[in-house]
Unconditional design. Structure first.
Length: 449
C-alpha cells in the first residue's frame, strides 16, 4: 500500500519540512508522530471500517488524522470551509457512522448514524479504505462520489518531482487530494493557505519559496487585475498549473507575458475519476492531451468520456454516470485538433440562440479584452422568439462613470468580433465578485470541478 511506503519515507526524512501552515513549518517527524498518535486514538474510539466525517480546516493535524483513518481502513469524508447548513446537508447525504470535529487541533468523536450503504460495504468487504467527495457544482444538490482509495492513490506509487507546492484546493476536492498525495509521495513540502486573496498567496510564495502555484483561471485573472504580482519576489515559481474551469486566451496570454520563464500547465480532472495526467500543447495554448497507462479518453458526439482505474465506485445519491462499458460521461464539450483537446465548457451551459450554439467561455474571453471589465459571467435567458438570448453579468472597475455608454461600447466591440447571435443582449453591471471561495466562477448550471 502507498501509505506504508509513505510512512517509511517519513521516517527516513524526519527533519525535512512536510507542511507549512499558519506561517509555521512542521517537519516529517512531527507529522509521523501525529499519525501514530491519531491511529492509536482511532483504534480506541472508532471501529474499523467505519465511515467518518473529518470536519476541519486543512491543517497538519487534520491531514495526519485523515492518513490515520486510511491506515485503519476507514471511509473518510473530509469537510472544510462551509457553513453549518452545508455540513448538515453533506451529513444527511453521506450518513457517516461518526463525526470527527476538530477543536483547537484536537478531534472530538460524535456517534452519528449507521452507514448501511452498498458502496461502503463494497469497500469494507475488501478491507480497503475509502473517500467520499462532493461535487462542487455552484447550484443544486451536491453529488457524493465514493472512491476506493486503493485505486485512487495507486498512481502516486510512481515517483515524481520534489517540488515545494502551494495547496490551492483542499483535501475535500479532487485537486487538493492530487496535490496532497503527489507531494507526500515525493517527500515534498506543501504550503497551506487560509486566505486565497492574490496578495496573501503571493506573499506566501515569496516567503516560503513556492515552486508550484496551482490556481484557477478566475484566480489568475484577479491576480492580474490586482497587480499584486508586482509587489513580491516570485522568482522561485517553476510551474503554474490551472484547471477547474475553461481558461480564456486573454488571461493565459497575459500570464505568459508577465511570467515568460514559468512553465504553464493545464490540468484536468473530475470528482468522479480523479485528476488525469495531462500535457499542454504549449504555454500559450488551451489545448491539452489527456490519458496515460491508467486512464483513457474518447469523444462521443463532442462530449469527453473517461475510462480510468481511479474512477469512483458510484454516487450515493444519484444514478450512475457511466456507460455500460465503463466510460464516465463528463458532460464537457470539447474540440479535437491534432490529438489535443480544448475544453469548451459544460454541455448544460451551452446557450441555444435560434438553433445556434453559444459557448459562454468564448464570449467571456471576448469581454475580458475590454479595459473596464474586471470579471464577466455569460449565461442564457429564455426568450419567446429566439428560444434563448445571451446575457452577461459584468463586474466593472471604479473608473466607469456612464454605464449606458459602457454598455454600447461592449455591444459594439462584440459585434466587431463575433456573430450577432453571440453578442450579449442583456448586460447587468455589478460590484460583486463572481467567483466562490475557491476562485471558481459561479454559474447557474455547473458541474465541472
Amino acid at each position: 500500500m502507498l501509505l506504508d511506503r509513505l510512512i517509511e519515507e517519513f521516517r527516513l526524512n524526519p527533519d525535512k519540512e512536510a507542511i507549512i501552515w499558519d506561517d509555521f513549518p512542521f517537519n516529517y517527524s512531527f507529522f509521523l508522530t501525529k499519525i501514530v498518535n491519531f491511529s492509536s486514538f482511532i483504534t480506541q474510539k472508532i471501529p474499523k471500517g467505519s465511515v467518518v466525517s473529518i470536519e476541519s480546516e486543512m491543517t497538519p493535524y487534520s491531514i495526519a488524522f485523515f492518513l490515520a483513518c486510511i491506515q485503519n481502513n476507514m471511509i473518510s469524508i473530509p469537510i472544510t470551509l462551509i457553513d453549518e447548513n452545508q455540513i448538515n446537508n453533506y451529513l444527511d447525504i453521506a450518513h457517516p457512522d461518526y463525526r470527527v470535529v476538530f477543536k483547537n487541533n484536537k478531534p472530538e468523536v460524535i456517534k452519528f448514524s449507521n452507514s448501511d450503504i452498498e458502496l461502503y460495504n463494497q469497500i469494507r468487504n475488501k478491507k480497503s479504505s475509502g473517500l467520499v467527495l462532493f461535487s462542487s457544482g455552484s447550484t443544486g444538490t451536491s453529488k457524493a462520489a465514493v472512491h476506493d482509495l486503493f485505486y485512487l492513490l495507486k498512481k502516486f506509487e510512481q515517483p515524481g518531482k520534489d517540488l515545494r507546492t502551494l495547496v490551492f484546493m483542499y483535501y475535500d476536492h479532487i485537486g487538493g487530494i492530487d496535490t496532497l498525495f503527489y507531494s507526500l509521495s515525493n517527500n515534498s513540502t506543501i504550503v497551506i493557505v487560509n486566505d486565497r486573496s492574490p496578495r496573501n498567496i503571493l506573499s506566501l510564495v515569496e516567503k516560503w519559496k513556492v515552486e508550484v502555484l496551482p490556481a484557477t483561471p478566475s484566480f489568475l485573472n484577479m491576480m492580474l487585475l490586482s497587480e499584486d504580482y508586482k509587489k513580491f519576489d516570485l522568482s522561485s515559481i517553476k510551474y503554474i498549473t490551472y484547471g477547474t474551469e475553461p481558461m480564456s486566451d486573454f488571461t493565459l496570454n497575459k500570464v505568459n507575458e508577465i511570467f515568460p520563464d514559468i512553465k504553464i500547465i493545464q490540468k484536468y480532472g473530475t470528482t468522479e475519476t480523479g485528476t488525469l495526467r495531462s500535457r499542454s500543447k504549449s504555454n500559450t495554448s488551451t489545448f491539452i492531451k489527456l490519458g496515460d497507462q491508467i486512464s483513457d479518453i474518447r469523444v462521443v458526439e463532442g462530449i469527453l468520456q473517461i475510462k480510468a482505474s481511479t474512477s469512483m465506485l458510484g454516487y450515493i445519491n444519484a444514478p450512475s454516470p457511466f456507460t455500460e462499458d465503463g466510460w464516465f460521461i463528463t458532460g464537457d464539450k470539447v474540440e479535437e485538433k491534432d490529438g489535443f483537446l480544448k475544453i469548451l465548457g459544460r454541455e448544460t451551459e451551452i446557450i441555444n440562440v435560434g438553433g445556434e450554439k453559444v459557448y459562454p467561455a468564448e464570449v467571456e474571453n471576448l469581454l475580458q479584452e475590454i479595459d473596464e471589465v474586471i470579471e464577466a459571467t455569460v449565461y442564457g435567458e429564455a426568450n419567446s422568439i429566439m428560444g434563448n438570448i445571451v446575457c452577461a453579468k459584468i463586474t466593472i472597475n471604479d473608473s466607469v462613470v456612464d454605464k449606458k455608454l459602457l454598455k454600447k461600447k461592449i455591444q459594439k466591440f462584440c459585434k466587431s468580433k463575433v456573430e450577432n447571435y453571440k453578442v450579449p443582449v442583456k448586460i447587468q453591471f455589478t460590484s460583486e465578485k463572481q467567483h466562490g471561495d475557491r476562485f471558481k466562477k459561479l454559474r447557474k448550471k455547473d458541474g465541472i470541478i
